[in-house]
Design a protein around this ligand. Sequence first.
Ligand SMILES: NC(=O)C1=CN([C@@H]2O[C@H](COP(=O)(O)OP(=O)(O)OC[C@H]3O[C@@H](n4cnc5c(N)ncnc54)[C@H](OP(=O)(O)O)[C@@H]3O)[C@@H](O)[C@H]2O)C=CC1
Ligand SMILES: CC(=O)[C@@H](O)[C@H](O)COP(=O)(O)O
Ligand SMILES: [Mn+2]
Length: 423
Amino acid sequence: MRDVVILGSTGSIGTQALEVISAQPESFRVVGLAAGGGNIELLARQVLDTGARLVAVTRASAVQDLQLALYAEASKRGWSSGEVMLPRIVAGPDAAAQAAGHPCDVVLNGITGSAGLEPTLAALRSGARLALANKESLVIGGTLVTGAAAEGQLVAVDSEHSALAQCLRGGTPTEVDRLILTASGGPFRGRSRAQMAAVTPAEALAHPTWDMGRVITTNSATLVNKGLELLEAYLLYGVELDRIDVVVHPQSIVHSMVQFVDGSTLAQCSPPDMRLPIGLALSWPDRMAGVAAPCDWSTASSWTFEPLDNEAFPAVELARRSGRLGGTAPAVFNAANEECVDAFHAGRISFLDILDIVRSVLDEHCAPGGLAGASVPDVGSRLVSSADMDVPSVLAADSWARARARELTVRNPGVDGQMERTL
Ligand SMILES: NC(=O)C1=CN([C@@H]2O[C@H](COP(=O)(O)OP(=O)(O)OC[C@H]3O[C@@H](n4cnc5c(N)ncnc54)[C@H](OP(=O)(O)O)[C@@H]3O)[C@@H](O)[C@H]2O)C=CC1
Ligand SMILES: CC(=O)[C@@H](O)[C@H](O)COP(=O)(O)O
Ligand SMILES: [Mn+2]
């Protein structure tokens, strides 16, 4: 029996993790849940379903709402107030990190965005296995995260990285030639840059193969998700950035591949269903039976592969550049993107502005001596090298990049994809 804490329990990853766990009650027990506080009713249902004894909510004002929702849900189920065992509730900006440090065997981090960094570090410090969906924390923390992880402690949930971990079991590190990440190509696959100038948030959220949260779905449309995954693969498996490729595979059945020095390539294949990599990360290194449906080899099907159009989708090469720069550059790449995704959904910038602004903010962070024109505070504005980087410098770079990106989204309110360069 493994005790599990689920961070981001109300999201796409969190709810699917709870589904996997409820199908394996003899193997897992949920001891803690954490969420932002945006969906209190669902969180209350999860508390009563799992019997979790610790609940963390980041929005401090949600505590009373959660208590009321717990009683309301219990009464809906016909439970008397004496039957309701209220969990310990912690709230505020550090709540998720507190939950991550709660004694357990596995912490699953399914929080979205750079808010996952401190919980990731807290989980690693606790000694529990970390099943990591929150790729942003690894990308921005870099060696601060990998250095805090003991051998085998960090297990990928991301479908491509789970695939790579499975394929890497097929050879020794010196036998690995290249890693090949597959990308669906998103809803705008095949379009030129000009053909994406007027796309709407609703169109960007229509992912062809996966049902996921808003940020990662938008990142799949821009290919920023694949850029983050390139850095994630580099950090997890220690293969240099120049030996990691991206190939577009619209069916999302081959989840990634490892090419070995003798010319052999191993691929991991399964219909797109996150329950498989979530289940494998929870039970790692063992496989559980019946977690997800396998490929159906009795019907005709075609799997296709095509090169990525880096001109229309510059995000992967921009991420690669941030990875080569190292230090706080990936944190800036990620934070500027998170702000731009919000601005795009709020109608302040166009789809193409997202990458234009991310590039400008990254350029500014890495330019020797910085560039003129910014009115946001200077703290975090300069690149800190990998050797000098610590958690405060990552958080400062994250805050600076957000402020600078916000400033650019306000200065450039056009939604025609032709961002006026102010730098
Ligand atoms: N969805 C997928 O299939 C995949 C997701 N991932 C990664 O997994 C992570 C989660 O993605 P996904 O589940 O799609 O996202 P969702 O938006 O569906 O869910 C995000 C979860 O995080 C919680 N949350 C958000 N901000 C905070 C915060 N500051 N503190 C605590 N909790 C917070 C939300 O709580 P609430 O809404 O209740 O406030 C919610 O439970 C991302 O890093 C993503 O890149 C990776 C591969 C696949
Ligand atoms: C399910 C998963 O792991 C996502 O990261 C997925 O890969 C997104 O699809 P894209 O390949 O379109 O980015
Ligand atoms: Mn992925």
